[in-house]
Design a protein around this ligand. Structure first.
Ligand code: TYD
Length: 136
């Protein structure tokens, strides 16, 4: 697994007639040490989350329930990743602008992060993000 390449990670799925089970281990399925977990839920129809990049934080984003789209801008191109299965994660390295949109009713977005919350690690201004990416 390339630690700096954005990619969809297929997670283990233990199929069981009693109900399926999926797990994530740091350094194996998430290509970083997991230091924080947070989740986004009760998103009203039409609302967006994200709208920023991180300087150093790595994340693995999972649609544990329902679905949503993650729009990723790497400074060169913008691509939409639709997440709708609890056994796929989107690995997003630092330096990627993200927006989470099109949340379904009852969507649950689980995020595993490499760092604890640090507002100084955020780039919340798109022009600043672009300037950093292009080295201006
Ligand atoms: P933010 O990361 O901007 O949300 P989004 O997931 O939409 O990008 O965080 C929203 C608010 O929540 C902000 O005031 C910071 C706070 N917050 C924490 O205190 N700890 C956390 O781990 C996160 C992710 C956010």
């Amino acid at each position: 697994m390339n630690t700096q390449k954005l990619e969809i990670v297929e997670l283990p799925k233990i199929v069981d007639p009693r109900g399926n089970l999926t797990f994530i281990e740091g350094h194996t399925h998430a290509p970083f040490e997991i230091r924080r977990t947070y989740w986004i839920y009760d998103v009203p129809g039409g609302e967006k989350r994200g709208g920023h990049a991180y300087r150093t934080n790595h994340e693995l984003i999972v649609a544990v329930s329902g679905s949503f789209d993650v729009v990723i801008d790497d400074g060169t191109a913008r691509r939409t990743h639709s997440l709708n299965r609890s056994y796929y994660g989107l690995y997003v390295p630092p330096g990627h602008w993200r927006e989470l949109v099109n949340f379904s009713t009852n969507a649950l977005c689980l995020v595993l992060a490499s760092g604890v919350y640090d507002e100084a690690d955020y780039i919340r201004n798109y022009e600043s993000f672009n300037a950093l990416r292009t080295g201006i």
